[in-house]
Design a protein around this ligand. Structure first.
Ligand code: BES
Ligand code: MN
Ligand code: ZN
Length: 489
């Protein structure tokens, strides 16, 4: 991870400085040293400079550092948002890398998105993550982009202290996001359910986590036919991993879908839909990462993490459409579509989790293509029957930058999931599939009201087809850490 320093105006030692500037405003305040104000005034005086979004004006200085000053238009102040700020930070860091300048200074614009301790944490976390790459499988020196050695951040007036104070937490969360991405980006030929267990234990045992691992035999013995059935078609057998940390504070259950590869099973996916299905474990990866961050921050919570891990494959031993399974809480499910496997895994894991009487249960899953249809790649779909809990998550989402949007939990969704020969069926029509999936899950939380399901199918990773550097985002890590922190503050 790149080193970050918080410095005051004019005190940086970077080769290159990027200054954010809103349309029609002056970029630097009077507390800046004269030589910068003069250089920047020359830039804003250039004909055509307006500060429109995407506009860049650059100048080389003849002596001393920095060697280059770049003025970046951010567009109209009232249209500026958190995602636009992130996009800008990404642009300045990749430009610095492309220019081969290892030391970059970023002068933040004065805006609510850059002000206050939560904003500080978001900015610093995003900068820390700007160096992220998944290059374990790349032969070295294949035209690699040059990396940054240091980023100096120049906050607006009076914010230095908040930024310094946010640094530690930003680092912990950025490391956790990195862990989630690294695990999720691992390909399915490496990342089997057993590998996931090994990785989680390797990271979390040293932090004081205790663990319980259930294999196929144990899953069957305990009546967890959902996890067992989804996993039975693969030569990589399924697991349920339970992790436990903390001895004081509220009992919080976290659940994450861990399908290491989703071929669809016998209800096989078409080739194009299968391409990114190694990312079907992103929910589990993010929850492992949340565990790491919570332990490193020593939050006073009793964390219980439940990760159902399986590979969904077609095989002679695979479960079939028409099969009727009995889940951990005794409810039976007729399988209409083996590609609706996530909810079967979650049914067992959630029913098991609520037995331990958590005060809240938060679950992440790449559950439905319908969530991507509804919200695209720009937010995750929140399903939560409890208004207070939903409000807490929405607040934490705003503060953390992980966007969520609340969806309805109308009883008709559950009605559609009622079975013919069984209590439930695992799929209905394609219409409103995120809602029917959530209705299905609601049958496995007992009488717990404070539970939430976040469908992260659209946000967990960037599409390989849509962007040159597709890959896991670590979505939900900072959201969950932020929510947990607010639980115990
Ligand atoms: N893992 C998929 C959901 C998914 C689709 C995630 C696209 C990311 C991108 C899930 O297991 C699945 O296949 N869901 C089906 C459910 C249907 C058969 C009821 C879907 O959404 O099509
Ligand atoms: Mn599926
Ligand atoms: Zn899936």
């Amino acid at each position: 991870m790149v080193a970050i320093g918080i410095v005051s105006p004019g005190r940086f030692s970077a080769d290159q400085v990027a200054i954010g500037c809103f349309e029609g405003e002056a970029p630097l305040s009077s507390r800046w040293p004269e030589k910068y104000r003069v250089a920047v005034a020359q830039l804003t005086d250039r004909p055509g400079w307006k500060g429109k979004s995407g506009q860049v004006a650059e100048t080389q200085t003849s002596e001393g550092r920095p060697q280059a000053i770049g003025l970046w238009g951010l567009g109209a102040r009232h249209r500026f948002t958190g995602p636009l700020l992130n996009a800008w930070l990404e642009q300045v860091t990749s430009r610095a890398k492309a220019n081969g300048s290892p030391r970059l200074a970023v002068v933040l614009p004065d805006h609510p998105e850059t002000t206050g301790s939560e904003a500080a944490e978001r900015v610093l976390r995003n900068l820390l993550l700007s160096e992220y790459r998944f290059d374990r499988f790349r032969s070295a020196s294949k035209g690699e982009k040059r990396q940054l050695a240091k980023i100096e951040v120049i906050p607006t007036r009076g914010q230095d202290k908040l930024y310094r104070g946010a640094q530690q937490r930003a680092k912990v969360v950025a490391r956790a996001v990195t862990l989630s991405r690294d695990l999720a980006n691992a390909p399915a030929n490496e990342a089997t359910p057993i590998w996931m267990v090994e990785q989680a234990l390797e990271k979390l045992h040293p932090l004081g986590f205790e663990s319980l691992v259930m294999d196929l035999e144990e899953l069957r013995k305990r009546g967890m036919e959902g996890i067992a059935s989804v996993g039975q078609g693969s030569i990589n057998p399924p697991r349920l991993l339970r992790l436990e940390w903390g001895t004081e504070g509220p009992v919080i259950a976290l659940v994450g879908k861990g399908v290491t590869f989703d071929s669809g099973g016998l209800s096989l996916k078409p080739a194009a839909s299968m391409v990114d299905m190694k990312y079907d474990k992103c929910g589990a990866c993010s929850m492992i990462a949340v565990g790491q961050a919570v332990a490193e921050l020593e939050l006073p919570v009793r964390l219980r993490i439940y990760l159902p891990l399986a590979e969904n494959m077609p095989a002679a031993s695979a479960y079939r459409p028409g099969d009727i399974l009995r889940c951990y809480n005794g409810k039976t499910v007729e399988v209409l579509n083996t590609d609706a496997e996530g909810r079967l895994l979650l049914a067992d894991a959630m029913a098991f989790a609520v037995e331990e009487k958590p005060s809240a249960l938060l679950e992440y899953s790449t559950l439905t293509g319908g969530a991507v249809v509804a919200l695209g790649f720009h937010g995750a779909a929140l399903f939560c029957p409890d208004d207070d809990f939903a409000g807490e998550l929405e607040e934490a989402a705003l503060k953390s930058g992980d966007r969520i949007w609340r969806m309805p939990m109308w009883p008709e969704y559950l009605q559609e999931m009622k079975g013919n020969h069984s209590d439930l069926r695992n799929s209905a029509t394609r219409w409103g599939s995120p809602g029917t999936a959530a209705g299905f899950l609601s049958e496995f939380v007992g009488d717990l009201k404070r539970w939430a399901h976040l469908d992260i199918a659209g946000t967990a990773h960037k599409r390989s087809e849509a962007s040159e550097d597709g890959g896991a985002t670590g979505f939900g890590v900072s959201l969950a850490v932020e929510w947990l922190r607010r639980q115990v503050e």
